[in-house]
Ligand binder design. Structure first.
Ligand SMILES: CC(C)(COP(=O)(O)OP(=O)(O)OC[C@H]1O[C@@H](n2cnc3c(N)ncnc32)[C@H](O)[C@@H]1OP(=O)(O)O)[C@@H](O)C(=O)NCCC(=O)NCCS
Length: 226
């Protein structure tokens, strides 16, 4: 089911860090919600994700899982104590060896793709994973025939705006007091026309740069077929 993607096979570093990119499924939602709560001040409730996932024709959601290598797993402490201690140890769920560390989603309708969410867990940021997620959304929007991609972003969210600007998105307007938690304004940011050959060429260059960066950092992205 899983296949190695065309994304990089990392030679330069001895310790390869692997991530698995996969379509989001209902089973992923509780973990996604945990990451969401660490990334957003006004997180979606889990029910919103379940609702989105019920309409795969209009929506597209992906998750990024980190394939924890054995050297990253903390050894279990030596067993001491009697039956109760052993039972308590068994009751504690072991940490997932493929935790969700990022996710993204959008809806695509009437020729417009609208990014609804994108996040990377704090300890996995600045590695290029946000770009992996964002580029995957843009590629899927193209595959579904969207004319352009649009989104809202907090005016204070410089990191996300910089990611979108890197992919050619420009500010097209402001939605005043868009965010209910602090009444912050949102910028509306929109891509160039997805059919523009120059933009497509630019995306290919960005993809190549991203692949080179990931390879240099020893990061390998595996893709699970939809
Ligand atoms: C926005 C976010 C997804 C970026 O994820 P990431 O994995 O750290 O991003 P990448 O490493 O792929 O960085 C890609 C580009 O984003 C921009 N960027 C990312 N973090 C940045 C930061 N802290 N400051 C400035 N620019 C930043 C840069 O342009 C960067 O390109 P560069 O490496 O060539 O400078 C991440 O910061 C996040 O999850 N934030 C919280 C959730 C959120 O705000 N989502 C957006 C809602 S609209």
């Amino acid at each position: 089911m899983k296949e190695a993607s065309q994304l990089p096979s990392a030679e330069p570093q001895s310790e390869v860090r692997r991530y698995l990119l996969a379509p989001m499924r209902s089973d992923d939602v509780p973990e996604v919600a945990q990451v969401e709560r660490r990334c957003f001040t006004n997180p979606w409730p889990e029910s919103a994700y379940y609702r989105e996932l019920r309409e795969p024709d209009r929506n597209y959601y992906i998750v990024l899982r980190w394939q924890v290598s054995p050297s990253d797993v903390e050894p279990e402490p030596a067993v001491s104590g009697g039956t109760l201690a052993r039972l308590l140890r068994m009751a504690r769920p072991r940490a997932s060896t493929q935790p969700v560390v990022g996710f993204a989603g959008m809806w695509v309708i009437y020729g417009e793709a609208h990014v609804t969410t994108i996040a990377v867990a704090p300890e996995h940021r600045r590695l290029g994973l946000g770009e992996v997620l964002f580029l995957t959304l843009i590629s899927e929007a193209m595959r579904r025939g969207a004319e352009f991609v649009t989104l809202e972003v907090r005016v204070s969210n410089v990191a996300a705006q910089s990611l979108y600007a890197k992919y050619g998105f420009t500010r097209r307007g402001v939605r005043p007091r868009y965010y209910s938690d602090n009444a912050e304004d949102a910028y509306i940011m929109t891509s160039p026309p997805l059919r523009d050959p120059n933009y497509r060429q630019h995306l290919l260059q960005l993809r190549d740069q991203l692949l080179a960066r990931l390879a240099a950092e020893g990061i390998e992205i595996l893709e699970e077929a939809a």
